[in-house]
Design a protein around this ligand. Sequence first.
Ligand code: EPZ
Length: 429
Amino acid sequence: MVKYVINGGHPLFGDVEISGAKNAAVAILPAALLVDGICRIENIPQISDVTYLLEIMREMGAGVRLVNSTTIEVNGSTVRNGRASYELMRRIRASYYLVGALLGRFGRAEVPLPGGCDFGQRPIDQHLKGFRMLGAEDDLKNGVVTVCAKSKLTGASIYLDTVSVGATINIMLAAVFAEGLTVIENAAKEPHIVDVANFLSSMGADVRGAGTDVIKVRGVSRLSGGTYTIIPDQIEAGTYMTAVAATGGSIRINNVIPKHLECITAKLVEMGVRIDEFDDYLEVSRTGPIGRANVKTLPYPGFPTDMQPQIAVVLTMASGTSIITESVWDNRYRYVDELSRMGAKITVDAKTAVIEGVDTLMGAPVKACDLRAGAAMIIAALAARGTSEIEDIYHVERGYENIVEKLTKLGADIAKVETPDPVDYQEVV
Ligand code: EPZ
């Protein structure tokens, strides 16, 4: 078994470089299948979700060439509309972007229902609503979604019942070659939505309005290829901001777009953290006590749900009682039981968590329940007194590039350790 072993209590100091945005990369790679030519994609994060996606794309016949550790060339002209392995597809949430890309390119897609973090219900009804309105039919059998269009897809006006990152991107992908104009209303506005739209436009698509709640896609005949650089990861940057808020110290976070971090910055400043913004980096420090605060997660530009576990850790050591309201996911508090092992005092009732601040957390053996919960456990262990061990770290490595190396460079005492699997003592009868 592989785990992180962390000796906590050390403030963080130094520089950290932010990698390319995971939630942009896992959409832009499938989008490259729409391109009948070569896309050169730069600033791709080295994370397992990307590794799995590239494997799936190769299985589908795409040419994939690693130019260097963060630059990939994808040749979509050799893609067959084949099915990739069920097992591979199920591992990541973003495999559902293959539906929009293959439907848009070939008029047909057959993709297993996605996996990804378990926050309770993760429906795709809005994706299917968009595909139907473009003229496709869908069927779900044995865990595989089949979507196909008897004739060329036709542009439509689609009003999303709920703000959905995945549905907004998937409908954009399906609409790229549709006849006429597609209008997506009540669209999500996250930075990675804009990044996917900019990627499509740079390859020859006609996409306007991304970043607002109305996106217009006018169908074109083909995408010819080009070069694109992925934006820095808003959530990775936010994770390091909350790490130094929890441990104390002073760090410089390089390769960021401060505008994307405004809500996280505002909340941490409210809690007593000092944050200075520059063109493409932040200086973040905390020397005094952590102030209490209330947090409500919302679609962008509100406080990101993907930062909820991380800010909760900081609030567990605040002076006073704080309240978190999770408005995006039904059950994104699975990490609370693990945090309680470290002495956190959190009460959860449905979508609300009440956090009573304690002086300090204590190191303990804990598990990563999902990607961001895993990041939160690392932050808690860095701030806690004593040693912590974090299991199931594969969740973390889905979305954080070189997190051990980056934290070590900031002065953290963290190591990735291989230990024998625990003996499974079967009850002897
Ligand atoms: C994306 O998930 C992200 N994943 C998630 O980040 C993030 O938490 C989420 O957006 C919200 O920002 C990727 O980009 C790969 P949604 P997605 O569709 O697209 C409901 C991380 O940590 N909904 O925006 O699956 C849904 O139940 C991951 O990086 C429907 O009802 O999220 C939820 O309540 C975890 N019907 C809300 O919308 C649908 O058809 C937002 O979901 C689709 C969604």
